[in-house]
Design a protein around this ligand. Structure first.
Ligand SMILES: [Zn+2]
Length: 152
């Protein structure tokens, strides 16, 4: 049994598909390999309480930015509806204004819906992380793996 810092088990090559993410995720930073039972540490998975202030801020900005980005879908839907379903030339005068208003409204509504849904799961992740960190046994495991230096 060894301790590794990677996304796939270096001992047997088992790939942790659930962790195939390029951004920092909140969660338990280690898992036991289901194939050979080695402890594998994921350097991109962190407990919320172990993130620095900048790390937390970065995570929140990333969350908001993703919400803003995903909301573009609402705007694109309106654009498709106007040009392909209604067959409206949105570049002509009054129609541009009308389209801009509907597109903006649609973007806001999508943003509200996307934010509500994603923020609920974001807060849930933080709470689950906090609960894990409250357990003495879990903290001792993290210390043993060098993920926490001292008892905080
Ligand atoms: Zn393994």
């Amino acid at each position: 049994m060894g301790i590794y810092v990677t996304r796939s088990c270096p001992k047997c090559g088992y790939a942790f598909e659930k962790f195939e993410r390029n951004y920092v995720a909140i969660g338990q930073p280690f898992r036991a390999c289901p194939k050979c039972e080695s402890i594998v540490i994921f350097d991109h998975v962190k407990e919320w309480g172990l993130l620095s202030f900048e790390g937390k801020l970065g995570y929140i900005f990333c969350h908001i930015f993703t919400n803003l980005f995903l909301s573009l879908f609402g705007l694109i839907l309106v654009l498709i509806y106007y040009t392909f379903v209604l067959g409206v030339d949105i570049s002509s005068g009054e129609r541009t204004e009308n389209f801009a208003f509907v597109a903006f409204l649609s973007y806001l509504l999508t943003f509200a819906a996307v934010s509500a849904k994603r923020t609920v799961s974001f807060v849930r992740q933080i709470n689950t992380s906090r609960k894990r960190m409250e357990e003495q046994k879990y903290r001792e495991e993290l210390i043993k793996m060098g993920l926490i230096k001292e008892e905080m």
